[in-house]
Write a protein that binds this ligand. Structure first.
Ligand code: SF4
Ligand code: SF4
Length: 427
């Protein structure tokens, strides 16, 4: 398979995916209850977070503003805090967004832009949640822990997605744990040997110790945050899914999530053209789910794993509800705009020069939001299963008919308006 449209530096690295063999796997337990629901769809029965859907139903005030043509603050922002990484996962989508691993690890958003221009201002205008997650590793930014505390104190629910190796176990890390809604460790290998291959790192044991530390600190201090581990599923790591389900149970985390691999339509990582392979992984994923129980959820994002990247809508309406900031402080409505041909024309603003409020209240911001809606061809240009995809599904369902009982049934994930899933602000 040919890898197209990557820069030379990334191109060299992506040859690794071509050389890496697909993992072989065997189904250990075939005697499991049917995972299909009455409509014949695969739905996670353990998703107490509605991770495989969206939480737009719990933000109908913003929907009202949208319908009335008003300007409003986004509900959620996925925020990169750096441009590099200390490891090299074979599925890293960040490489299509300007992440050059250790080469770019010293590039990160400054304290002033992050704390003053961004978090305090975003809290003031009503942003409800921010995940420090993005295209690179957030722990490479020395201001991460302070940002968690300031963000929360500004009225925003905060979370972190990290590879965990550098997570601080001193007072800074502890303060972050005390202010976070959730902390998720990115790990797609269940042993030291496979970690070296899948993540190109020798730090598996360090990661395990960091997870143990966070779980222990949470328990000792009765903290409310949820701690999870997340696997990005590809044909190169499928055999890790059951070992990881067991590892999560042993470590005492709250959940183990299995998600799809995002890739560009140009097949930059070599997985876009293999999305239909995922179907054959289902029996092993059922087996992984069987390790979940009341206190430990194994959540397979079935919808995104099985939809083969298809979209049933024609425009991105979700842009004003969910933003993305990249690791040096620029703001966009989509991670696909961080680097390359869309960057300049689709940049909403720059936190190094403006506050978040100034960006949000500018005509330029709303002109770009309109441009996304009218000029981006979601079928030809958008990467598969972007973070905004499920919000788009919701917005297209309510566009003409409003929030009907059918919409509630389809998008509530079994919850009710009065009884929302956990972390409803992380839409
Ligand atoms: S930990 Fe995240 S940023 Fe680092 S290589 Fe893996 S996927 Fe990319
Ligand atoms: S990938 Fe497409 S649908 Fe998704 S946020 Fe970007 S522009 Fe919108």
């Amino acid at each position: 398979m040919t890898i197209k449209n990557t820069t030379d530096s990334h191109h060299r690295f992506h040859r690794r995916n071509e050389k890496m063999a697909d993992q072989e796997f065997e189904i250990g337990n075939t005697n499991l209850p049917s995972p299909y629901n009455a409509e014949g769809k695969l739905i996670s029965k353990q998703d107490s977070y509605n991770m495989d859907g969206n939480k737009m139903l719990w933000h109908l005030d913003r929907l009202e503003d949208f319908k009335n043509g008003k300007r409003f603050a986004p509900i959620h922002i996925d925020s990169g805090l750096s441009k590099g990484c200390n490891i090299k996962c074979h599925y890293c989508y960040g490489v299509t967004q300007g992440n050059f691993y250790k080469e770019s690890a010293k590039k990160f958003v400054s304290r002033e832009a992050l704390i003053d221009n961004y978090l305090k201002s975003a809290g003031k205008v009503g942003v409800r949640s921010i995940a420090f997650i993005g295209e690179a590793e957030p722990t490479l930014n020395p201001h991460l822990y302070e940002a968690v505390v300031v963000g929360k104190e500004s009225g925003i629910d905060i979370s972190i997605g990290t590879n965990g190796i550098l997570f601080d176990t001193g007072r800074d890390g502890q303060a972050a744990l005390e202010h976070l809604s959730w902390l998720r460790f990115n790990v797609s290998a269940g042993s030291d040997k496979s970690y070296r291959l899948i993540h190109a790192s020798k730090e598996f044991n360090t990661l395990v110790e960091k997870i143990k530390y966070c779980v222990e600190y949470k328990r000792k201090n009765n903290l409310t945050l949820d701690i999870g581990i997340q696997m990005v599923l590809t044909p190169k790591d499928i055999a890790e899914v059951v070992p990881l389900a067991k590892l999560g149970a042993e470590l005492g985390v709250d959940y183990f999530q299995v998600k799809h691999c995002s890739d560009t339509v140009e097949n930059a990582l070599g997985f876009y053209e293999r999305l239909d392979d995922y179907e054959k992984f289902a029996p092993l994923l059922f087996e992984a789910e069987s390790y979940g129980h009341d206190d430990y959820k194994v959540v397979v994002k079935w919808d995104k794993i099985t939809n083969e990247g298809h979209r049933d809508y024609d425009q991105c309406l979700g842009a004003p509800f969910l933003l993305y900031t990249e690791g040096t402080g620029k703001v966009y409505s989509c991670g696909m705009f961080f680097d390359g041909k869309f960057e300049e024309g689709y940049r909403l603003g720059d936190l190094n020069k403006q506050t978040f409020q100034e960006i949000l209240e500018s005509d330029h911001y709303w002109n770009v939001i309109d441009k996304v809606r009218n000029e981006i061809d979601v079928h030809k240009e958008c990467y598969a299963n972007c973070r905004t995809h499920s919000c788009n599904n919701f917005l297209w369902d309510v566009k003409d008919s409003g929030v009907t009982s059918g919409v509630i049934k389809k998008h509530s994930g079994g919850f009710t308006i009065e009884n929302p899933p956990k972390h409803k602000n992380f839409v």
